[in-house]
Design a protein around this ligand. Sequence first.
Ligand SMILES: N[C@@H](CCC(=O)N[C@@H](CSS)C(=O)NCC(=O)O)C(=O)O
Length: 330
Amino acid sequence: MSGDSGNPALLSNADATKPNKNQPFVPRITELRMLNLGYIRSSACRFSHFITSHSSSSPSSCFGFSPKQTITSALRSQMGSFSTLSRSSSRLLFRQLFENESFTYTYLLADISHPDKPALLIDPVDRAVDRDLNLVRELGLKLIYAMNTHVHADHITGTGLIKRKVPGVKSVISKASGSKADVFVEHGDKISFGNLFLEVRATPGHTVGCVTYVTGDGPDQPQPRMAFTGDALLVRGCGRTDFQGGSSEQLYKSVHSHIFTLPKETLVYPGHDYKGFTVTTVGEEMLYNPRLTKDEVFFLEQLIFENLNLPYPDMIDVALPANKVCGLQD
Ligand SMILES: N[C@@H](CCC(=O)N[C@@H](CSS)C(=O)NCC(=O)O)C(=O)O
């Protein structure tokens, strides 16, 4: 990591602080998953093949559980190691936010057991910055990082606006992206917020500088791990590779070596979804991703984006130059 060697939040691993009894109530990831039951119900039905093949009970409905069981415990037992119902560190506050013009997900993470409640945003969108910052304010968080997984071609990043509106926030992007930011990260770096951290994994292919941010590996870190994959890996898809120095070969290799090597129960949070999905797991994508389950030769010969002639994103000519300078142009 370069560009911010003096910031104590980076690479720090201070002692854990005890949760404060006086803290305002904020739902933990487990509770958020339950609030998200609509998604779970519909995806459980959609992936009935997946559920039945991992179920030991005889299904009485598309869920296959007795009415006496709670939905949560039934889904947990049926989905086994690929469950998206997570136990999680009680210190993590997590929100998935959606921007509905570019179908972009922004993620808010904070360590709420730390006295400062340090927080970060991954892939904020300029149009939604006020919404995101209001939420940060309402929850009493201290935003320290505004991060990008890559240089976006379909929307303008919110990182520049956030820096203007909240002094002290540092923008983060990969060194390989060739963009402007306060902090440049590389494969293997760690970004700390309180006593939690994200690990940086290089996942180029959609763009040369794409990275995936993965929650830390350790006893005090959320379990299962969570991977914020940007456009490298989408739910049942992957980012296109036909511009911005993209490469199908690189994408295939980097997803296989730096995402599919994570534990199968790792939750995968994509940068976009165009079909209404919100989350998946490494195990699920290794089994069912129609692009990345094919062998490399097939992927390159049949599925290569260069042959698909997809229209370029509508905002590409505005977004690329703006995003090279953190979303702000003179
Ligand atoms: N129509 C949208 C752009 C849609 C698009 O190309 N999405 C990208 C990610 S944003 S650069 C992508 O990789 N999609 C994968 C796929 O399989 O379609 C617009 O005009 O903004």
